[in-house]
Design a protein around this ligand. Sequence first.
Ligand SMILES: Nc1ncnc2c1ncn2[C@@H]1O[C@H](COP(=O)(O)OP(=O)(O)O)[C@@H](O)[C@H]1O
Ligand SMILES: C=C(OP(=O)(O)O)C(=O)O
Ligand SMILES: [Mn+2]
Length: 526
Amino acid sequence: MSMLHDHLQIENLLKQSNIHRQLTVPQLVETALNRHEGTLTSDGAFRAVTGDYTGRSPKDRFIVDEDSITNEIDWGAVNQPIPPDIFDRLEQKVMAYLAEQPAVFYRKAFAGADSRWRLPVDIINEYAWHQLFAHQLFLRPEEIEGEAALDPFTILSAPGFKADPERDGTRSEAFVIISFEKRTILIGGTAYAGEMKKAIFSIMNYLLPSMDVLPMHCSANADKDGNTALFFGLSGTGKTTLSATDDRMLIGDDEHGWSKDGVFNFEGGCYAKCIGLHPDKEPEIFHAVRFGTVLENVKLKENRTPDYESASLTENTRAAYPLTAVPSAKLPSTAGHPEVILFLTADATGVLPPISRLNRSQAMYHFLSGYTSKLAGTERGVTEPQPVFSPCFGAPFLPRDPSIYAKMLGEKIDQHEAEVYLVNTGWTGGAYGTGSRMDLRFTRAMVRAAINGDLKHTSSITDAAFGLEIPATCPNVPPEVLQPRLMWDNISEYEAAASALADKFHANFTRFKNVTSEILRGGPVL
Ligand SMILES: Nc1ncnc2c1ncn2[C@@H]1O[C@H](COP(=O)(O)OP(=O)(O)O)[C@@H](O)[C@H]1O
Ligand SMILES: C=C(OP(=O)(O)O)C(=O)O
Ligand SMILES: [Mn+2]
């Protein structure tokens, strides 16, 4: 490393002759191909392979422990502290590393469709395809109006720079470190593109609550009259899949804010899982794979058509495309106050009903619990569904205490009289291994019925273990599918599994101190 680059500042780095600024999509694709960063597929998409890191690496993600934020961060396994001097040294090294690369890519982009809460993001990438990803996922300068209200953050991403844990103070060669005071995100050692967007999401999750906007790990869509639905869910539960449908306008597939005026997307694109992608089942996503789209870790056949069935590189194969690639997208991606809120959960025990209506207590209880499963691939080391309680259905991205977000959601639900449903997109007829994943067509029919109001006045059956109100009928869904106990071959096995899951809910909830009795009433009745 040359001494010349000691104490390099970001502004100086950006003045170097190796910097390519604001390249267009064709320039980025061409450059990435020339640099052998990936291949062109038969549909004109750009396919990249990331190597070792094919999902997020939560154990390598840190927040710099700085005076101005230390009392506001919910420190722990999700938000791991790292000292400022370690960050400073590593930042110098990463900048020196980038300064020595033959080419580095820079662009200005934005997060937040509503300018009042918009964050400018300066993105500096070692790889042209990462810059293409950033172009597609964040908002582009040419498609926004108004001055961004927030001060910018910078992403410095150098996947080829591997940290030395002994010397650099990281846990491994990979690191994702957020400094709120320096307004910088430092990424190295991993080429998984999702780290960039989820780091910006984490920053929005820190910044917005104090501005009276609720940041949410959810997708959103709306009908022509602006009636809005939100789909909360941890990775793989169906946010992207279920929000993309030809009868509603897509607002966004993953990250939104809810302000006093309605909902707005943070992003300018989608990041869809594409394992098993099929044009009949998920046409909007399938047809978004075209020139400009980034396919990440998708296996290609000999003739360069994507093999969506193959998980040989990872289960967590991805397509990154702009909202403009989705015909039903609403631009700019803002919408009214939600009327219907769906909590998506992928229950690997096969116990939770595929859809149930939640009263206020249950809505709060289930939002705080955030019960679901981590599905294979999105996080390093997860290879089969792993039951998890992830508060607010997004714990990995919440710098603050979950109760802050939950309180805001409760107030907004009350104010706007939103209806809340719990939707199990996971297993039925038995646990993972014996049962099967809920049929996507049925889930779509249930979601549609909930949004149309068809489930409001149907008679219902109260679930014996969880006290959840299960509609007795739903258009286009066989009635037995709605009742988990009827789907299991052996009722006593079902009952044992239900009671075991209820116990897990109770045990998990002890982590929340000072919750009201109203919220506690929303828990399992067993
Ligand atoms: N019943 C179901 N509901 C939703 N998704 C399902 C269902 N069954 C299978 N899937 C698959 O699960 C995955 C859901 O992933 P995705 O929508 O990308 O989740 P998220 O956006 O929440 O991370 C998709 O690959 C989809 O095809
Ligand atoms: C990209 C991710 O999330 P999602 O599956 O929700 O899009 C992720 O968790 O890394
Ligand atoms: Mn998604």
